[in-house]
Design a protein around this ligand. Structure first.
Ligand SMILES: C[S@@+](CC[C@H](N)C(=O)[O-])C[C@H]1O[C@@H](n2cnc3c(N)ncnc32)[C@H](O)[C@@H]1O
Length: 240
């Protein structure tokens, strides 16, 4: 069922983006359909259920839409037997800097999902509150080195014992794959209507060391399947 199921999940997760315009819709389809991390997170059950989730740098909130669609399909009895049960979202707050992305998220998700809140804000400044899980997907390298450390420290403080941070970073030691990934990142940023940012990258061992210094234990999973990038997903867990 898995092969026939993924297009169904993609359709359900992206349908609402038609309301947000052609760009938003096609971007959502390209992102959720082409990036392995979204499927991996579900397949392996990496987010806890009934959790308060904080998605930092959420863009147009395609991840929230993916999670909502997944749980709806599961509740309707349509779910691959070899995938983990998808999480039920108690509350998901997405924080995004770019007003255009926030507007696209609001138009797509509308008022249909009271448990999801997408707000405009700078993750260097907003209060993270207390949550059970945090995701920061392809965002940290837009922050300066000190800012990265500060955000990660505040993430640690926002999580309970056993709380989990899932992030994805590029491995600056990844040679040409790393450079290709960065070039694509810059192109996508430009196409989305943003100025070209400076990027603050680190080798994988430095990302890991930083998180470990903050008290997380870290598991690194290569996350560029099928693409010539040096992207790595870090599953960072606080002691129980
Ligand atoms: C490559 S996109 C990833 C979007 C989303 N996490 C995803 O996986 O679809 C990076 C996002 O981080 C946002 N971002 C960068 N710096 C930020 C900041 N200081 N505060 C909030 N969002 C930020 C960008 O505007 C952009 O939407």
């Amino acid at each position: 069922m898995t092969d026939s199921f993924v297009p169904t999940l993609l359709d359900r997760a992206t349908h609402a983006y038609r309301r947000a315009g052609r760009f938003a819709y096609h971007f959502a389809r390209g992102k959720l359909g082409g990036d392995p991390i979204f499927r991996h997170l579900l397949q392996h059950g990496l987010l806890p259920s009934d959790a308060r989730v904080l998605d930092l740098g959420c863009g147009q909130a395609v991840f929230a839409s993916w999670l909502l669609a997944a749980r709806k399909l599961y509740d309707a009895g349509h779910w691959p037997h070899d995938w983990a049960v998808p999480p039920r979202i108690a509350h998901l707050r997405g924080v995004e800097l770019m007003p255009l992305d926030v507007a696209r998220a609001h138009r797509a998700l509308g008022d249909d999902h009271p448990q999801v809140e997408i707000v405009r804000g700078d993750i260097r400044e907003v209060d993270f509150g207390q949550v059970d899980a945090v995701t920061i997907l392809d965002v940290l390298h837009y922050l300066g080195y000190d800012e990265q450390e500060d955000v990660l420290r505040r993430v640690r403080d926002a999580l309970p014992r056993g709380g989990r941070l899932i992030t994805r970073v590029g491995d600056a030691d990844g040679g040409w794959r790393f450079r290709v990934g960065n070039a694509v990142d810059l192109c996508v940023t430009f196409v989305r209507g943003h100025r070209l940012p400076t990027m603050y990258c680190r080798p994988l061992r430095d990302w890991t060391a930083l998180l470990e210094r903050l008290g997380f234990s870290v598991r690194a999973v290569p996350m560029s399947h099928g693409k010539p990038f040096a992207n790595v997903m870090l599953v960072a867990q606080l002691p129980a």
